[in-house]
Structure formats: structure tokens, C-alpha cells
Design a binder for this molecule. Structure first.
Ligand code: AHR
Length: 503
């Protein structure tokens, strides 16, 4: 049986776990907004057309900040199309997803929805087809109290109080050739700097995110971050990271080790940001907003779902509706472990996305809403990861992967909340055929007991929750977890994710 050992000591910490790590992302894409969060004809819909069943699941998921309205969509979006009288809002071509945007939902409706689910709204401005003025306009509309044309327009539209949006993304994936307004790092860095300076003239306290590379696989990765930060270092607070993982060519072993890649990605971007800091002699530290991460079977979109043709611009088509397996959820839980492990520098993250589109929550029009397999690690981690991320001493048996070489079979992270005295440990076993035995030295925590242990695993690694079988996969109590003589022992089934609560 593979073995791993960890030592927990609350005196050695990485940094506080920012609640914003448990953010998500709602894009006007496919059925995320329309037929997802918003379906006026649905039996559970409220007076604004928002599905109450979806609201309940989003609350259960424990989502902090929600990035909106895109994504690729934002690079062609005119925010003002989505406010004011619904009957007068224009229908527009959405070039990013080859769809029709009806504009039934816009900033005002989405702000109301984020209030309903109890999340913070994080807004992305269009730096693809637009620029400084339009970013200033939407900021004025959203955050100025009253007495100007755009703030008074918001009030006339029925929203007396400003939204106080604190965190703003300066465009989206501007390094990607697929992006409307795709730019060089020089061009984008120049525009982002001007936009940030202008937005700070409205409110110096805004938190601004500049676009990093759209993935670590981009040919310009690294150089893009360096050049963009050279232009914007003193103007912004965060640089974004985006990463999606999938099982390719049946290589489950490498897929299960995806978090190794995420660790390296984060550390490279931190190194690049700190390099620019050193060169500029700055006192400021730039953190990471990992504002798109997930498992995504992107080839399916390119191979099957992609809409083309001058006459085909559907409203809310079924796009990117990946159905997640147990193995996907284990990788997903491991990605959360990687984010928490870097809590000192990753201080915001957005699971892409929230409903229907590569999402933990699925819906059927006029039908049910249900939890995908990935829902469970997210909800548990969001609920339990409190306080400080701990610096772990982890030793583990290893295995060989085609993509990442020799990696640990067991991965883990722990958090400790000094206020409540509770500790949480999140663990994965990447072994495809063997259970792993993990021992955890908790002597530095004093006398602790196991107050909860839940595991996601299945003999069928590809089991999924579907419309026909919505509760096929879930968490089960892990009764193997015991505490004795300052050591916790837990057995992790093959390909599993677990959360352990100690008090
Ligand atoms: O989340 C789906 C898409 O992935 C986003 O629109 C884009 O930013 C990224 O490429």
C-alpha cells in the first residue's frame, strides 16, 4: 500500500486563506446566464426571473467573488446595451461564442443576483473593442453615488445605491489570437496602464487585475507577463492566471498530476512579477488573481460544439457543457489544494464557470438543477479552509507520469484557524489502483480529535451525475480516520479526494 506522511504545525504558515480564493465566474456564454441563473418561465423563478433552485445551490457551493460578464464575451461587449428598459435593449452578435446576446440580463440584474447569492461582484471591462472611456463610463454607472449623467441613469433604472464594485479586470486574455482586439504585450500593457490610471482618478482604492497569459502554453508566456507588468506595475494589484486541464489520449496518470503543472505555473508568474519588482525597485508586491481555472475538455468545444456560419447565431446554445467524472473531481480538488498552497500570492481565484458552462451546477430548462461531481470538493474546501494555510512537511511514495516525470502519489494541504482552533486537511490519492495510507503528525496542534472525514471516490472512475441520475456521485464518510498518540491515520481510496476536520 502506498504511504505518505505529513507534519502539521500551526506555527509555520504560508499566509491567510483569502475568501476570494473561492470565487467563480459567470460569462454570457451558452446557458450560463440564460437558462442557467436566469429563466423567467421556470417554476422556481422569482419576480426578476432568477431561478431559486440555482440560487440555493450557489449558496451551498460557498462562492465568494463572481467575475462577470466574461471571458471572451467581454471583449466585444457594450455594457450599456444591458441596462435600462428591457424592451429597448438591442440584440447583438456575440462574436466570441457565435451567438445572439439578447441583453435581457446586464449589470443591474447581475448585481441584484450577486446580492441574492451573497457574493461579491468582480467586473471585467472591455479592452478588446473598447478602451479608457468606456471603462470610465461603466465605473461611473456602477460606483458613483449620484449627480452625474451615468450615476443618475443607474438611479433612473431603479438602483438607488451604487454597487461599490471593488475589483476590476482590465480586459480578458488579450494575448490570445482568438480574442477580439488581440494585442501585443506592448500594446495591451500601454492600454491597461492608461485605463488603470484613469480608473484610479475616479477611485484610487479600486483593486485592478491586469491580464496575464491565457495559459502557460502560450508561446509568449513569461515574456507577456514581464512586458505587461513593466507597463503597469504601479497601476495594478493583480496579474491574472488562467489554466484548464483535461485527460488527453487516455493518460490518466498525467491528468491526475495536473496540480503539479498548476504549482509550476503559479511559481513562474510569481517569479516574473518579482523580477519586474526588482528591476523597477518597487516596494509593491503584485499578487495573482487565478481568475479562470477548471477541468475543461476543450477539444469537445472545437470538435463538436463550435457554431459557425453567417446565418447561425443562436440564443443560449448548449456550449461547453462538460459532464464531470469522479476522476475530474479529484483533479479539480487537487487544483484547489494547489491554490491554497500558494495562499500568500494567490489571493483571488475564480472557478470557470458557475452554471452549465464547464460548471459545478447544471440545469434543465423548466426542469431540475443538480450538482456535478466537482461541486463537492469546491463546497467542502470553501466551507473548511479557514484561517491560515500551513507550510506542510509532506513525504509520499511516488509514480512516474508521461507529462510531469516522477510525482507524489499523495498530495495535501492544510489550514488552521487560530480563532476556533480547528484544522482542515485536504488530500488526494492519485494512485489508479491502490489505496494509500496517510499518517499525520499533529503533536504541534495539541490534543486533537477527528471531527469529520469525507471522501469522494468510486469504483467507476468515470461515474458522473447526470439529468437521469443526479445523485450518482457524492461524498461519503471516511471511517478509516482515527487519532491516537499525536498521529492521525487515514486511508485514501484510489483516485480520491478527501477533507479531514480536526478540532
Ligand atoms: O471559460 C471559457 C473561456 O475560456 C473564457 O471565455 C476565456 O476567457 C477562456 O479562454
Amino acid at each position: 500500500m502506498p504511504k505518505a506522511h505529513l507534519t502539521l504545525d500551526p506555527h509555520f504558515t504560508v499566509g491567510p486563506v483569502n475568501r476570494r480564493l473561492f470565487g467563480s465566474f459567470v460569462e454570457h456564454l451558452g446557458r450560463c446566464v440564460y437558462d442557467g441563473i436566469y429563466e423567467p418561465g421556470h417554476p422556481s423563478a422569482d419576480a426578476d426571473g432568477f431561478r431559486a433552485d440555482v440560487v440555493e445551490l450557489v449558496k451551498e457551493l460557498g462562492v465568494s467573488a463572481i467575475r462577470y460578464p466574461g471571458g471572451n464575451f467581454v471583449s466585444g461587449y457594450r455594457w450599456e446595451d444591458g441596462v435600462g428598459e428591457r424592451a429597448e435593449r438591442p440584440r447583438r452578435l456575440d462574436l466570441a461564442w457565435h451567438s445572439t446576446e439578447t441583453n435581457e440580463v446586464g449589470l443591474d440584474e447581475f448585481a441584484r443576483w450577486t446580492d441574492l447569492v451573497g457574493s461579491e461582484l468582480m467586473y471585467a471591462v472591455n479592452l478588446g473593442t473598447r478602451g479608457v472611456q468606456e471603462a470610465l463610463d461603466v465605473l461611473e454607472y456602477a460606483n458613483i453615488k449620484e449627480g452625474t449623467r451615468l450615476s443618475d441613469w443607474r438611479i433612473a433604472n431603479g438602483h438607488t445605491e451604487p454597487y461599490g464594485i471593488g475589483m476590476w479586470c482590465l480586459g480578458n486574455e488579450m494575448d490570445g489570437p482568438w480574442q477580439l482586439g488581440h494585442s501585443t504585450a506592448e500594446e495591451y500593457g500601454t492600454l491597461a496602464s492608461k485605463t488603470a490610471k484613469a480608473m484610479r482618478q475616479v477611485d484610487p482604492d479600486l483593486e485592478l487585475v491586469v491580464c496575464g497569459s491565457s495559459s502557460a502554453q502560450m508561446p509568449t508566456f513569461g515574456a507577456w507577463e514581464r512586458t505587461v507588468l513593466e507597463h503597469t506595475y504601479e497601476d495594478v494589484d493583480f496579474i491574472s492566471c488562467h489554466a484548464y486541464y483535461e485527460e488527453k489520449d487516455g493518460d490518466l496518470g498525467s491528468f491526475l498530476a495536473s496540480a503539479v503543472n498548476m504549482d509550476g505555473f503559479i511559481e513562474s508568474v510569481v517569479a516574473t512579477a518579482d523580477h519586474v519588482k526588482a528591476v523597477l525597485g518597487s516596494d509593491k508586491t503584485i499578487n495573482i488573481s487565478f481568475d479562470e481555472w477548471n477541468v475543461w475538455y476543450i477539444d469537445r468545444y472545437h470538435g463538436v460544439d463550435k457554431i459557425t456560419g453567417i446565418d447561425d447565431w443562436p440564443v443560449a446554445p448548449r456550449l461547453l457543457e462538460d459532464v464531470y467524472s469522479v476522476a475530474d473531481a479529484v483533479v479539480f480538488g487537487n487544483l484547489l489544494i494547489s491554490l491554497i498552497r500558494h495562499a500568500d500570492r494567490v489571493t483571488s481565484a475564480s472557478l470557470a464557470q458557475l452554471v452549465n458552462v464547464i460548471a459545478p451546477i447544471m440545469t434543465e430548462p423548466n426542469g431540475p438543477a443538480w450538482r456535478q461531481t466537482t461541486f463537492f470538493p469546491f463546497a467542502e474546501t470553501s466551507r473548511l479552509a479557514q484561517g491560515e494555510a500551513l507550510t506542510l512537511k509532506l513525504t509520499s511514495d511516488t509514480y512516474e507520469t508521461a507529462q510531469y516525470g516522477v510525482v507524489n502519489l499523495v498530495d495535501a494541504v492544510a489550514t488552521h484557524d487560530a480563532a476556533t482552533g480547528s484544522t482542515s486537511v485536504f488530500l488526494v490519492n492519485r494512485s489508479m489502483d491502490e489505496a494509500a495510507e496517510v499518517t499525520i503528525d499533529v503533536r504541534a496542534l495539541g490534543a486533537v480529535a477527528v471531527t469529520g472525514a469525507r471522501t469522494l471516490s468510486d469504483t467507476d472512475l468515470y461515474a458522473k451525475n447526470t439529468l437521469a441520475d443526479q445523485d450518482r456521485v457524492g461524498l461519503a464518510d471516511n471511517t478509516s480516520a482515527v487519532a491516537a498518540d499525536g498521529t492521525i491515520t487515514i486511508t485514501l481510496p484510489p483516485v480520491s479526494w478527501s477533507a479531514l476536520e480536526l478540532a
